[in-house]
Design a protein around this ligand. Structure first.
Ligand code: TYD
Ligand code: MG
Length: 476
């Protein structure tokens, strides 16, 4: 049974309200609330159409029926593998039926390419067709891309539409095994008095389709452009409405691409998938650590390698620092791939515990491959890179750095120490400077790990400072 309801959506920020108000309570814009008279439940019922209703669910529009958890068929949670192993890993094993995934990224980064490749693979695996809705490009343009990618599976259906009702009508005809919307910003509901791509439309479209997905059991992928203007009408707006959020990123001009998971109700977060964009589309990176600069460096100044943990695997990655005399009064800080506040903290630790007069300098930091580090165990590499850049002196060869810095200048071992050390050994590093050694790990060279209890010891081992009260420097 459909429930009649009137909602008011803010045209500026997309906030919802049950009553009309002259001023949006969320963003404070005046006269921005617009009425959306819609029969809630109708969209979902229409979209569900003749689609087989997943067992354990109420038929769309019908009364919901509670079910003992043990009687919920496992079938409803079987995943739809994307056919791309890298993507599957980030998804947590494939698309989840009824779940909505948001893939955001800058225009031109390769979102359409990635999802077209996945759509083709899912369709080629047989079963129900895949529906790819394009509001951005003409069918001819999509066909051209598909030719280039070899993605012309007969089970891959294309719909060019910008009207939500057209998409709902198509869903009535096709009960897809996967629905891809490219992009959520190009679709709109003519029943809502707001411009296409406005926060109100984007939110509304996403809401109607996520409900329909849940009711019918097909996985939904929403592609969203990250917009320059504060991202207000972009994917950020939708993050709380969907089950998983991924961002597709890459360094400008480079061919490397990273798909980052920032939220995943059904899989690991912080997982990353690595691809390279070539003439035939996206291909998985075979050697992730090599891709991220995680090979051993020789005679490098201002560059150090660490092993970070991303979702389910270790990744060796190079961090780089440049330290120079300030050009203007206030020292510049240009930090990419690490939280600038973390770098600020490490600079203060180098001043206090390491005795380096580095705080007044211009400081530039970046992480190879466009990866983002949110793992404190990478502090030691940042400290080494900063200290080396500051001194203009090379770091020891074939050395890898692990450890989290404390405010007192102490270093602590983080989680997954054994796996990180094994990855370092696998990549041929001769030495790992770490606050602790992993215990009882087979396959590690006996002299691989050298214990660094604090920042002073770390600097001494790198030949960058005299250890205060500690004996033993770097002798490899
Ligand atoms: P696209 O998937 O259209 O990006 P988005 O949907 O995120 O806007 O990809 C656009 C870029 O990718 C474009 O500059 C061309 C490049 N590209 C390749 O290099 N190889 C390929 O096989 C394809 C299909 C695209
Ligand atoms: Mg696109």
């Amino acid at each position: 049974m459909a429930r009649k309801s009137t909602r008011y959506l803010c045209k500026e920020c997309g906030a919802e309200s049950a009553t009309w108000m002259g001023r949006c309570p969320a963003c404070g814009a005046w006269d921005s609330l617009t009425e959306l008279a819609r029969v809630i439940g109708k969209d979902a019922a229409r979209a569900a159409g003749k689609a087989p209703v997943a067992a354990g669910r109420a038929p769309a529009g019908g009364p919901a029926r509670p079910l003992p958890l043990a009687e919920v068929p496992l079938d409803a949670t079987r995943r739809v593998t994307s056919g791309l192993a890298e993507l599957d890993r980030v998804l947590g094993g494939g698309f989840v039926p009824g779940a909505a995934v948001l893939v955001g990224g800058d225009p031109g980064i390769g979102k359409s390419t990635l999802l077209l490749q996945a759509a083709h693979a899912v369709a080629a695996a047989g079963g129900r067709p895949v529906l790819y809705v394009t509001g951005e490009e003409s069918p001819g343009q999509v066909r051209l891309r598909a030719e280039r990618l070899g993605a012309l599976s007969p089970g891959l259906l294309l719909l060019a539409a910008t009207d939500l009702d057209e998409v709902l009508a198509a869903l009535e005809q096709v009960a897809p095994s996967l629905l891809i919307l490219d992009s959520v910003q190009t679709l709109s509901d003519p029943g809502l008095e707001a411009a296409t791509g406005s926060p109100a439309q984007v939110r509304h479209v996403a809401q109607v389709l996520t409900r329909a997905a849940k009711a019918s059991g097909w996985p939904l992928v929403l592609i969203g452009h990250v917009t320059k203007e504060g991202q207000i009408a972009g994917p950020r707006l939708l993050e709380h409405m969907v089950d998983a959020v991924f961002y597709f990123e890459g360094e400008e001009g480079g061919s490397g691409r990273i798909l980052r998971s920032v939220k995943n109700r059904f899989g690991p977060t912080h997982e990353v998938a690595l691809f390279t964009m070539g003439d035939g589309g996206l291909s998985p990176v075979e050697d992730p650590s090599g891709f991220l600069g995680g090979r051993h460096l020789k005679g490098a100044t201002g560059a150090a390698v660490t092993v970070t943990w991303k979702g389910s695997r270790p990744l060796a990655v190079e961090v780089q620092a440049l330290v120079s005399a300030p050009r203007y009064g206030t020292p510049a800080r240009v930090i990419q791939g690490v939280d600038p506040r973390r770098v600020g903290l490490l600079v203060a630790v180098l001043e206090k515990a390491g005795g380096l007069a580095i705080g007044g300098s211009d400081i530039f930091v970046s992480v190879a491959g466009g990866l983002r580090l949110d793992d404190p165990s990478t502090d030691a590499a940042l400290l080494a890179a900063l200290a080396s850049a500051h001194a203009g002196a090379a770091l020891p060869d074939a050395t890898l750095y692990l450890g989290e810095a404390g405010l007192r200048g102490d270093l602590r071992a983080g989680g997954r120490l054994a796996e990180r050390c094994l990855e370092a050994a696998r990549l041929g590093f001769a030495r790992v400077l770490s606050p602790a050694a992993p215990e009882g790990v087979k396959g590690l060279p006996a002299d691989l790990v050298r214990i660094m209890p604090d920042v002073a010891a770390l600097l001494a081992a790198c030949g960058l400072a005299r250890a205060r009260g500690l004996s033993g420097g770097f002798d490899a």
